[in-house]
Design a protein around this ligand. Structure first.
Ligand SMILES: *[C@@H]1O[C@H](CO)[C@@H](O)[C@H](O)[C@H]1NC(C)=O
Length: 364
């Protein structure tokens, strides 16, 4: 990797050739993974489709760097604009003032409640399309229950275009924007996975322990409806036991997390580690989070690298929030609830209804 500052999604000639090699090798790597499936304990329990899809992602991120992935994936807005017609969604992009962030709407604006989705990708990569499908499905199911729920995807700025704490500032601007447009805090639901979930935690930390010079937001006597944190990226380290135990089982290899961390971490002042790496927060850091958020739902996969870090964070969080639920999903990999979407399984499985039910319980 070059140490000079690079541009988002710009790749060299050599990296372009590398992409051709990936395309040629991909089917071979997937076939090898499928041939191995019956003999590998953690693959044996999964569907062929799932193993093929995970094999593809795992291979791609093990041989491509972040800039190549940015080049291939484009921006979150591009992914959304391509995805929207496939689900009959009308494209509606709403800029959040001059923050540089925008809301990509999947429903008409102005419904009573709104779910805002924060994608992962280590603060470096844009959203994949399948997570948009997951949250669209959950939102539709809530509306079928008569809950009057809107859905928007937050497009925050990515590294290297912008660095910490820009996404945190953009999120706070977005929350203020929704409130000034008439949405009550208790009708706002922040949901995210991986770095997106960690970004939600950055904002929670900023409200609890405001960093001077960074805006905060005051919910008055109200609080957010809920937060959902799927496999939150709570550390840039890779030294808890689950990294060694699950390095080969997880959808992504440890080297991928380390690569992304290496691009993000240098811009985070050491004094602000607790904001960006929730597992390193001092004891009692999240005390009073129950005044800010009514309910919290946290998941980790039993077979993911981050499992032990997420567990440590979630246990600390549960200590200070009586409505926080934490689930380690048996045999789950990173962002397990999306697994059936990653593999494009015809049956979407238990997770969309489970998350729908959990959200519905708080929407009285
Ligand atoms: C727990 O959730 C309920 C809504 O389901 C809410 O009324 C209550 O205030 C929450 N408790 C805390 C500690 O936030």
């Amino acid at each position: 990797m070059a140490t000079t500052k690079r541009e988002y999604g710009k790749i060299t000639g050599k990296e372009t050739l590398g992409l051709f090699a990936v395309v040629l090798m991909m089917p071979i790597m997937q076939v090898l993974r499928l041939l191995r499936k019956p003999f590998v304990e953690w693959d044996r329990v999964r569907s062929w489709r799932r193993v093929k899809a995970e094999g593809g992602f795992g291979y791609a991120v093990s041989v491509m760097n972040a800039y190549q992935l940015q080049f291939v994936d484009g921006s979150s807005q591009k992914v959304y604009e391509k995805w929207a017609p496939t689900e009959g969604v009308k494209v509606d992009v709403e800029k959040i003032g001059d923050s540089g962030a925008q809301l990509l709407w999947a429903t008409p604006r102005g419904r009573k409640r709104v779910i805002v989705y924060f994608h992962g990708g280590g603060y470096v990569l844009p959203t994949p399309p399948f997570t948009l499908s997951f949250w669209n499905r959950v939102t539709k199911a809530l509306n079928e229950k008569g809950k009057d729920v809107g859905l928007a995807f937050l497009e925050y700025s990515l590294v290297p275009k912008e660095t910490y704490p820009v996404p945190m500032k953009q999120t706070i601007a977005m929350i203020k924007h929704l409130i000034s447009a008439g949405t009550k805090p208790e009708d706002i639901f922040l949901v995210g996975d991986s770095a997106g979930a960690a970004l939600i935690l950055q904002v929670v930390s900023q409200i609890l322990h405001p960093i001077p010079d960074i805006p905060s937001v005051d919910f008055q006597s109200s609080k957010l409806g809920a937060i959902i944190l799927i496999s939150p990226f709570v550390t840039f380290d890779n030294n808890s036991p689950s990294w060694a135990e699950n390095g080969r089982k997880d959808i992504f290899p440890p080297s991928f997390f380390t690569h992304l961390s290496g691009l993000v971490k240098p811009d985070i002042p050491e004094s602000q580690t607790a904001y960006a790496e929730a597992v390193k927060a001092p004891e009692g850091w999240f005390k009073d989070v129950d005044i800010l958020v009514s309910r919290a739902f946290i998941t980790a996969g039993a077979n993911e690298c981050l499992r032990d870090d997420i567990t440590k964070f979630a246990e600390a969080f549960k200590e200070v929030h009586s409505n926080a639920s934490f689930t380690v999903i048996p045999r789950g990999t990173h962002n397990e609830p999306y697994g059936t979407f990653v593999a494009n399984e015809p049956d979407k499985g238990e997770w969309p209804p489970r998350i729908t039910e959990w959200l519905a319980e708080g929407m009285l």
